[in-house]
Write a protein of this length. Structure first.
Length: 366
């Protein structure tokens, strides 16, 4: 189809901006800088081993480099982080940034003007999938900087980023798969763009993404089952029991271990994703990070008519307390997520009262 039949990302942003006659275009410029970083990452990812970008990042002495999460950084983690930082620091729209790969807030260098927004991102999510050529993605969230930081242009502190997800101005993810896509919300629904590599533009291909309210598909890392809390065990066991159990219908299971890819499947055809809080490590309240994974994804999912939750409460209501804070995260088709929240609200039965399906026959018994 000729490209003139579709809106480019820039045209879409201009169209949206017309709803706010007083806006100066700074926000649009910021989104375009983020999109440019995503295009640069897509290009680098696409060359893979040809460009020598697979494998672990090594410091000059040959040692592996570990990020603030205690995880080994891949070369592409580091390159993607650099693209995000260097393509966004100069524009004058940001007061500062926070990244999965940076322990502390990134301060805008003195030679560049400072602006009114905060950019929070996971430059490359699903790193463990990089070397095996499975879809990976970037996730970002845009917040407003505190008024005093905007007025004074002071350096940012971690607490400036501790804003609940409901305060997000925009959020999105880029998916580096068979096609590169950008899925974006400006708080007015969710729009999807596909990168046309011939012209280097994101073209609007999915104008209004809506997640079906019901689903027969769930995604969870079942190797953690012995650490799950009762409501999650109950939910998964009921899905596995299929037609023969309480749900009365069969379910299908998926696990890519790349949240952006799972989220995209859910955006396209529904489903539920669970990375719940569990008792594997008492120091970790979950696996995923609140500020740059759960909050932006939660905003997108809710804007697409789905639901995003800790399992017990809306993820977007959680007051952050740490830049790299982890949290239990459940999202997807509304009716399934609400069911999981209901299971969390119900009292946990005593051991003797537990349905034999969970206590004895369950695949996931204690
Ligand atoms: P990596 O970026 O370290 O690969 O983590 C990916 C992720 O944050 C998310 O995208 C996956 O859903 C989840 O972790 C996978 O975790 P498990 O390896 O425990 O299944």
């Amino acid at each position: 189809m000729p490209i003139t039949h579709r809106l480019t990302l820039t045209q879409y942003l201009i169209q949206e901006r017309r709803r706010y006659p007083n806006s100066k275009g700074e926000f649009n410029a910021l989104i375009l800088d983020v999109a440019l970083a995503c295009k640069a990452i897509a290009r680098t990812v696409a060359f893979g081993e040809l460009a020598g970008v697979l494998g672990n990042h090594s410091a000059d002495d040959g040692d592996k480099t570990i990020n603030v999460q205690g995880e080994v950084q891949k070369k592409l983690d580091v390159m993607s982080n650099n693209y995000f930082i260097h393509l966004n620091e100069w524009g004058g729209h940001l007061a500062g940034m926070a990244s999965e790969e940076e322990e502390l807030p990134y301060q805008i260098p003195a030679q560049y003007p400072r602006g009114k927004y905060l950019l929070v991102f996971d430059p490359l999510d699903g790193s463990s999938n990089i070397d095996v050529n499975v879809s990976i993605g970037s996730i970002f969230s845009i917040l407003r900087a505190p008024e005093d930081a905007i007025a004074s242009g002071r350096d940012l502190v971690e607490a400036d980023f501790f804003q609940p997800g409901v305060k997000q101005v925009a959020a999105g993810y880029a998916l580096y798969g068979p096609t590169t896509m950008l899925i974006l919300t400006l708080g007015n629904g969710v729009s999807g763009f596909t990168l046309d590599p011939t012209v280097g533009e994101f073209m609007q291909t999915h104008p209004s993404i809506k997640i079906p309210e019901d689903t027969n598909e769930f995604a969870i890392n079942a190797s953690n089952s012995r650490f799950w809390e009762y409501p999650i065990k109950r939910y998964v066991d009921e899905c596995l029991a299929g037609k023969t159990g309480a749900r009365g219908r069969d379910f299908n299971m998926r696990w890519i271990a790349s949240m952006v890819a799972e989220a995209h499947r859910i955006m396209m055809r529904g489903g539920v994703f669970l990375y719940p809080r569990d008792n594997k490590d008492p120091n970790m309240a979950g696996r995923l990070r609140l500020l740059y994974e759960a909050n932006p994804m939660g905003f997108l999912i809710e804007q697409a008519g789905g639901r995003a939750s800790t399992g017990s409460e809306p993820i977007l209501n959680v007051q952050p307390t740490g830049l790299h804070q982890r949290i239990g995260f459940v999202f997807g088709s509304k009716n399934e997520v609400e069911r999981i929240e209901r299971y969390h609200a119900e009292p946990v039965p005593k051991k003797d009262d537990i349905n034999p399906l969970f206590a004895e026959r369950s695949l996931f018994r204690d």
